[in-house]
Design a protein around this ligand. Structure first.
Ligand SMILES: Cc1cc2nc3c(=O)[nH]c(=O)nc-3n(C[C@H](O)[C@H](O)[C@H](O)COP(=O)(O)OP(=O)(O)OC[C@H]3O[C@@H](n4cnc5c(N)ncnc54)[C@H](O)[C@@H]3O)c2cc1C
Length: 443
């Protein structure tokens, strides 16, 4: 337990423009039982509790806006089991995705969900995270088989099981996945693992415009291709990556593609992508066949956010995260570019193109109210556009503090049902208050 200044500051903020606010105390439990005891005491004394994984979420999720306890799960870092015959792993909530990757890799297996940060599995479950391989393997919800969780009153529950599927009652595993620390503290996660494919090739494809890249991405998806990654980057992001990592990738709009499987399926997948890209005017297609070059490429992609931050010293990021049907991707990206220009804002456009997931990374002066207001207008316009296209206000980052109004806009009719669920799990309102919904007293 700590109330030292640096510990409080570390748990007061994320890496974005959201205003920091300290907890009163940081608590580092080392076991599920300790989590249970903390929650029982917090419940008895009505102390707010904000679970904290790696603190890499991007919408103010971990900022303890009502003070209280920041419950840091990083000491729950044990890989409990790798079940080779069942292709699953059970890990404590504080295990990070790279730690799981190393452990599973020793057995020729991997866990596919890969947000850019080295997030914890508990945090990834709590935000229903996605990554570059979602186009093939799905998000966290598709990959979590079961959970152990501690409820607000300290009781310990287990959802799901070892079986690969179940129809036993309401699916509380899926409900807790994506609940952003507002319903329960996740202490253990059981996930699916997959065999590392025998043959993998990545491809870098440059285009004259971002919209052409988007059209190709949509065509690849519509063709039913089994590519395992399909990512969009703009020239600004590639320049930032080159400067940050010392690479020399072409600095223009591009798609990064990966195909994985047998040699024959990989070559067929890549040939299809090549044909579709050429039809959209691709200017350069480079295959990355060497495993080191491929690993460098994906490490560079994962570092895009950090590269953007390094290119913008003294500024804070506001990351947007709308998601549209892939057929609408080119239109959504064109709209984002036009709005950036109209408002005079600098922003990098990138995304998980195969999922229709658009990110615009704005680098802002957090002390300039006029710039913050323009960024706010931009994000609202982007959300309205995504909804008009049949999309959503967030494809993967979640609601946190930053998208509360957007959730009302998208699902206003469902918010009362969601609040009802929250009340069942957390009748005293101590679980990460002020996230997903406005707090009860402010309604
Ligand atoms: C460089 C970079 C790239 C990123 N790329 C992606 C991406 O591609 N896809 C994507 O989806 N996200 C991405 N993110 C966002 C972030 O990594 C994810 O949201 C991640 O899942 C957060 O995990 P965490 O361990 O950092 O959780 P935290 O940020 O610590 O917490 C996130 C939320 O979950 C709750 N929480 C944390 N642990 C628990 C627990 N054990 N039980 C209950 N609630 C808990 C917290 O209270 C909070 O509400 C990126 C972030 C960065 C910095």
């Amino acid at each position: 337990v700590s109330d030292g200044d640096s510990e409080l500051d570390l748990h007061a903020a994320d890496i974005t423009f959201h205003k920091p606010q300290r907890p009163d105390l940081v608590v580092y439990p080392s076991s599920t039982d300790e989590v249970s005891r903390v929650m029982a005491i917090a419940s008895e004394r009505r102390v707010p509790v904000t679970p904290f994984g790696a603190g890499s979420s991007l919408e103010g999720h971990v900022i303890p806006t009502s003070g209280g306890i920041s419950l840091d799960l990083s000491r729950l870092d044990r890989i409990v089991e790798i079940a080779l015959d069942d292709l699953s792993a059970t890990v404590q909530a504080g295990v990070t995705r790279l730690a799981l990757e190393r452990a599973a890799g020793e057995h020729g297996l991997f866990f596919p969900v890969d947000p850019g940060a080295d997030a914890t599995l508990g945090g990834m479950a709590a935000t229903n995270a996605a990554g570059t391989t979602t186009i093939r393997y799905g998000k966290m919800r598709a990959n979590v088989l079961g959970l152990e969780a501690v409820l607000a009153d300290g009781s310990i529950v287990r959802t799901g099981g070892r079986a690969r599927k179940s129809s036993a009652g309401y699916d509380l595993t899926s409900l807790l996945v994506g609940s952003e620390g507002t319903l329960a503290v996740i202490t253990e996660v059981r996930v699916r693992l997959y065999g590392i494919p025998e043959h993998v090739v990545a491809q870098r494809i440059s285009f004259p415009t971002l919209e052409a890249a988007c059209r190709t991405a949509a065509a690849v998806v519509a063709a039913g291709s089994a590519v395992s990654r399909l990512e969009l980057l703009d020239a600004w992001t590639l320049a930032a990556i080159n400067a940050y990592r010392g690479t020399d990738y072409h600095e223009g709009p591009c798609l990064l593609v990966e195909a994985a499987g047998t040699e024959a399926t990989v070559e067929a997948d890549l040939e299809l992508v090549r044909e579709l890209a050429e039809a959209d005017g691709a200017t350069e297609i480079v295959d990355e066949r060497d495993p080191t070059a491929r690993a460098r490429l994906w490490a560079a992609r994962h570092d895009a956010t950090y590269a953007a931050a390094a290119a913008s010293p003294g500024r804070s990021e506001r990351a947007t995260d709308t998601c549209v049907p892939v057929s609408e991707l080119a239109g959504a990206v064109a709209f984002a570019r036009a709005e950036l220009e109209r408002l005079g804002l600098d922003g990098a456009i990138l995304g998980h193109a195969g999922d229709g997931n658009v990110h615009v990374s704005l680098q802002l002066d957090p002390d300039d109210p006029a710039e913050l207001a323009l960024a706010d207008e931009f994000v609202q316009r982007l959300i309205a556009d995504a909804l008009a296209r049949g999309g959503t206000c967030t494809g993967e980052h979640g609601i946190g503090l930053g998208k509360i109004a957007a959730l009302e806009l998208e699902h206003g009719d469902l918010v009362p049902l969601m609040r009802g669920i929250k009340d069942v799990f957390d009748p005293l309102g101590i679980m990460n208050p002020g996230k997903v919904f406005t707090p009860r007293e402010e309604r």
